[in-house]
Design a protein around this ligand. Structure first.
Ligand code: TRP
Length: 343
């Protein structure tokens, strides 16, 4: 059925994708797979948050490559630019316009109290710019520009989303009901959480590149990383409880190997016969086979700049069609309506 026929009745979902860093398995199973499920039933606006990345002054030479890589990796993972609006934030000028308007609803005191801001003040005291302070306002503009109702984000972004609701509410109180208050979208309550292979924290937070599997890693790199994953001497009694780093290996196996394979090793664990070396060898094989087509598709796409540009252009057009309606409504409510365009 045509996307446009049922588009009106679908709920609107917005999510921003960071343009810094390579995508890894934590992103893939934690976020991208949810995007892929959502693209079937919702009106999705997914964008690369390139303006947000400017807070750390990336080298101008790197910016385009970062954006193109993220786009290519998401498409290679299954995101379908025919089904969703996939665009770069900076291609939608209505976003900074709404950001300006929302800045008038945001108080410096509340922005200074945001934990992510305080963390930046601690970690980069030499660059505490106003863009960092107003990061949550730009994020609110990203969401409210499409009058979205659902936003798939991790725990670390929930406070930003709460601020988006506050800004929407303040706008509505001052100028009349206009913005829905966006809610966190939890696709399933027990979303997949992948731990770092060294057993220290989540893969998404890990700074240890050797304990993180990237979608751009080649077969050998994947195998080396898996073979080095943390294990121990094995269980000493039948049906023992699994340490979290072993559970994590089983989770990765469940996500990438055949069910029989996982069962075999689970039984071996339960009967104290497990050989982690063998398990990791099998997992390394299966993981390499799983990542290979994604990596190859992404790298092929990344070389086709014409295609990526066309995808981003089409995405920006879809996003601007929705964004311009919001901006027109917001201007009118604020009282910015001095002349009739094209009259
Ligand atoms: N701040 C988000 C992150 O760091 C990225 C982001 C920017 C975002 N704008 C957004 C997420 C709007 C959801 C909605 O991951």
């Amino acid at each position: 059925m045509s996307h446009y026929l049922c588009g009106m009745s679908k709920e609107i979902v917005v999510s921003g994708i960071r343009s810094t860093g390579h995508l890894h398995l934590g992103n893939y199973f934690g976020a991208i797979q949810n995007y892929i499920k959502m693209q079937e039933g919702y009106d999705c606006y997914f964008f690369v948050a390139d303006y947000h990345s400017l807070t750390t002054h990336p080298d101008p030479k790197d910016l385009k490559q970062n954006v193109f890589r993220v786009v290519a990796e998401n498409i290679a993972s299954g995101l379908d630019p025919e089904k969703v609006a996939l665009y770069a934030q900076s291609d939608v000028p209505e976003i900074p316009e709404l950001y300006l308007m929302l800045n008038m609803m945001a108080y410096v005191g509340e922005l200074e109290k945001v934990p992510t801001f305080k963390e930046k003040v601690r970690s980069q005291p030499e660059n505490v710019n106003a863009g960092l302070l107003t990061y949550p306002v730009l994020m609110a503009a990203d969401i409210l520009i499409h009058r979205a109702v659902k936003v798939p984000v991790g725990k670390d972004q929930e406070q930003h989303l709460e601020m988006a609701r506050n800004f929407a509410h303040r706008f509505n109180t001052r100028y009349g009901e206009f913005f829905p208050e966006p809610q966190v979208f939890r696709f399933n309550a027990d979303a997949v959480k992948i731990m770092s292979l060294d057993g220290v924290g989540k893969m998404s937070k890990s700074e240890n590149v050797n304990a993180t599997i990237y979608l751009s890693d080649d077969d050998d790199t994947i195998k080396k990383k898996i073979m080095k994953a943390k294990t121990d001497a094995g269980p000493t009694e039948p049906n023992a409880e699994m340490p979290d780093y072993i559970q994590n290996l089983f989770l990765l196996m469940q996500l990438t190997s055949k069910p029989e394979t996982t069962d075999t090793f689970r039984n071996a664990f339960n009967s104290c016969n497990i050989r982690y070396g063998d398990m990791k060898k099998q997992l390394a094989e299966d993981m390499a086979a799983f990542v290979r087509p994604i990596r190859e598709h992404a790298s092929e796409l990344q070389k086709d700049e014409t295609k990526i540009r066309a995808i981003l252009k089409a995405g920006a057009e879809k996003a601007r069609a929705s964004a311009s309606i919001t901006i027109e409504g917001a201007r009118k409510r604020i009282g910015i309506n001095y002349y009739i365009p094209n009259a």
